[in-house]
Design a protein around this ligand. Structure first.
Ligand SMILES: Nc1nc2c(c(=O)[nH]1)N[C@H]1C(S)=C(S)[C@@H](COP(=O)(O)OP(=O)(O)OC[C@H]3O[C@@H](n4cnc5c(N)ncnc54)[C@H](O)[C@@H]3O)O[C@H]1N2
Ligand code: MOO
Length: 385
């Protein structure tokens, strides 16, 4: 029974969130794009020592001061005495006894003496954080700046939900992997496209199997092999009931049970999500290329977010520049450009419209939308910046 589109997203996200894998130490590269599984606490004071903010002269006592020494970044200075001036570099540790720093450009050097206006031109130890202080809460998305902060705070790995491993299985005897479509055969457009969408949605693509021959045995073998190494296997094609649509029988053969089977959305209706007894997921993307992308945005992106401990990806908004019809009792996902105009060549077998789209405008079941109306925009991973 087809479920509502909004419910499908939430169901896929919840299935991922509830079975997100045990967390543990992940390298920065593995952790980026997932969420912190524990609060990030600073492993030292930040800065760990008083640090000069400028290139200048560190001085003690009243001036003028006698030049005596130099402190470069990366060294540990000895204390300085009243009347002494030590040349100091930005980032260098401020010596004990230092009462002020004269910026180089404000200093007057006369032989062995220096004078000028002093200021507290340094960062105190612990000014940014104290050792043990919480910097970021559990559940925070791990972005490039988060990784940078973790390194600054003394870490080389993070307690995180790692990015799920994904694999793609392409079904279809009619598919060509090179050259032009001809003689009843078409170029595989999903093999070159879907792994990048999965990466952009937070997975880590491990490989593609196929095109797989249209026999049940070949389908089952390909599915088993993909399940060996991936947390989430996406398949393309074979979701319907055509003479060589073997996906449902193959799911049965690997003892997978449906999380959802068909969604009340146009295009993309025949998508499905299933789970194996050992907790791996299989997302069945319809064969029509645009419908496959709709399945990615509807079920796979939310699933990958849940598996990484992240919330359901938010929708955006767009203001429609023209009327957009509904699709009866189904949700209509309509391709629109960045100005809210519908895009030509939006048939589910086509990619021409999608290739220049800002995303899918969401027209709710039983409604049609008017020009000027604000509607949700479903982003395409890696596309809708
Ligand atoms: N009797 C019915 N037939 C169909 C219905 C229906 O409701 N009743 N729904 C249509 C819809 S909607 C879709 S979507 C497709 C889904 O079909 P499958 O998931 O079973 O996919 P296939 O039959 O294998 O292929 C459909 C179409 O897509 C082309 N394709 C498949 N894989 C690729 C690829 N990797 N790259 C490029 N093109 C691909 C394939 O050649 C077919 O043209 O079912 C409709 N039928
Ligand atoms: O839903 Mo199909 O996915 O319209 O092409």
């Amino acid at each position: 029974m087809a479920i509502d589109w909004v419910e499908a997203r939430e169901t896929a996200w919840r299935a991922g969130f509830e079975s997100r894998p045990a967390h543990g130490h992940a390298s920065f590269g593995e952790a980026i794009g997932s969420a912190l599984a524990a609060p990030l606490r600073s492993a030292s004071d930040l800065p760990a020592f008083p640090t000069s903010a400028v290139d200048g002269w560190a001085v003690a006592g009243p001036g003028p001061w006698t030049i005596d020494g130099e402190i470069l970044a990366g060294s540990v200075p000895g204390p300085i005495d009243a009347g002494q001036a030590v040349k100091i570099a930005t980032g260098a540790q401020v010596p004990a006894g230092c009462e002020g720093i004269i910026r180089l450009e404000n200093a007057h050097v006369d032989g062995t003496a220096v004078s000028g206006e002093t200021a507290r031109e340094w960062r105190e130890a612990g000014e940014e954080a104290r050792a043990g202080e919480e910097l970021l809460a559990e559940g925070t998305p791990i972005t490039a700046p988060v990784v940078g902060l973790a390194a600054a705070a003394g870490y080389s790995s993070l307690d995180a939900y790692r990015r799920p491993l994904t694999s793609l299985v392409i079904f279809g005897d009619e598919l060509l992997t090179s050259g032009v479509s001809r003689e009843g055969r078409v170029r595989d457009s999903l093999g070159p496209m879907v792994p990048h969408l999965l990466d952009a949605a937070g997975g880590m693509a491990t490989g593609t199997i196929g095109p797989v021959a249209d026999t049940l045995d070949d389908h089952v073998e390909a599915l088993r092999s993909a399940l060996d190494s991936a947390d989430v296997v996406c398949t393309t094609g074979g979701t319907m009931v055509g003479p060589v649509d073997h996906l449902h029988a193959a799911l049965k053969a690997v003892d997978a049970s449906y999380v959802l089977n068909t969604v009340s959305v146009r295009p993309g209706f025949p998508m499905l999500l299933a789970r194996t007894p050992n907790g791996r997921f299989i997302a069945g993307l319809p064969g029509n290329p645009q419908s496959a992308v709709i399945a990615v945005v509807t079920i796979v992106a939310p699933l990958l977010a849940g598996l990484r401990g992240l919330p359901l990806p938010p929708l955006r908004e767009t203001v429609l520049a023209e009327d957009v019809p509904g699709r009866g009792e189904s949700t209509h996902l309509a391709l629109v450009d960045p100005t809210g105009r519908r895009i030509a060549h939006h048939g589910s077998a086509m990619l021409r419209g999608l290739a220049s789209a800002a995303g899918f405008a969401l027209i709710a079941p039983g409604t049609a939308a008017k020009a000027g109306q604000r509607v949700p925009l479903v982003p395409v991973p890696g596309v809708s910046a």
